[in-house]
Design a protein around this ligand. Structure first.
Ligand SMILES: N[C@@H](CCC(=O)N[C@@H](CS)C(=O)NCC(=O)O)C(=O)O
Length: 253
């Protein structure tokens, strides 16, 4: 499989053309699809191309075909050629947060730019917090959850004995980050980007969606964070993004 070689660097003086997203079902590409849908809705971007891939039914892994976009073949991948040379070999961008930054820099016309230097610092902080603290603890909890789920039924009782308490430990470690996120939201700053939607909100939705879907997070216990999550789910751009993924949590195309 030949992969697109260059990545995460726009080496042209001309603007990038229509982007293509390589998206896997039930994956972090929700962050990128939601952002692109917002731009299309606001007429900042005319359209984008979508290459959809399904996880393996048994291993949940991405298919090898995703490696066409980038050699690691993980979701999301964004590929793009220059606007004035659409046949030029594309450049690929990976790592959700950096893909979002590229989209913001090149297509958003500043719509997500934070309003103040304080909001800029807040937005960058919560982008990082979403991708490190919240995502890591969510992934660890999820791993403890899925190991017994995926095991042959004969082994399940033994694995449950080991992994159910481990899941509780990691789920418990999410409480302080959730409390911190709850305290960060207010009427003046209802978004992790500050007074308006920012890149941090796109970054935060994926781990928070996983936590809600797997019941690691109870919205009733965190009213402001619960409201943030509900508000995002009510956005038409988010809803279109979830449907376009083909399958995302319980949302199906
Ligand atoms: N750090 C990367 C994570 C990429 C990643 O591991 N994506 C997952 C989906 S969220 C994936 O493609 N999993 C399928 C596999 O590992 O085969 C990012 O934030 O974009």
């Amino acid at each position: 499989m030949t992969s697109i070689p260059q990545h995460n660097y726009w080496g042209y003086t001309t603007p990038p053309g229509t982007p293509t997203v390589y998206s896997l079902t039930n994956s972090g590409s929700i962050r990128v699809l939601w952002a692109l849908e917002e731009l299309v809705e606001g007429s900042m971007l005319e359209s984008y191309n979508l290459k959809s891939f399904e996880r393996s039914k048994t291993t949940h892994a991405a298919p090898d075909a995703m490696k066409e976009g980038f050699r690691l073949g993980k979701s999301p991948i964004l590929t793009v050629s220059p606007a004035n040379a659409p046949d030029q070999p594309p450049t690929s961008f990976v790592e959700g947060r950096l893909v979002l930054q590229f989209i913001a820099d090149h297509y958003s016309k500043g719509v997500w730019d934070p309003q103040t230097p304080q909001d800029r610092a807040r937005d960058i902080f919560f982008q990082e917090f979403a991708g490190t603290t919240v995502s890591t603890l969510t992934s660890l909890t999820l791993t403890m959850d899925v190991i017994p789920e995926a095991a042959p039924w004969l082994l399940k009782p033994l694995l449950n004995l080991i992994f159910v308490p481990l899941k509780s430990v990691f789920k418990g470690k999410l409480v302080e980050p959730f409390e911190f996120l709850e305290d960060a939201l207010s009427d003046e700053k209802p978004w992790f980007g500050g007074s308006k939607l920012g890149l941090a909100d796109f970054c935060m939705i994926f781990p928070l969606d996983t936590c809600v879907a797997r019941k690691y997070f109870d919205p009733a216990k965190y009213p402001k964070l619960g409201r943030w999550h509900r508000t995002v789910h009510e956005l038409p751009a988010y809803q279109r993004a979830a449907k376009k993924m083909g399958e995302y949590n319980n949302i199906k195309a």
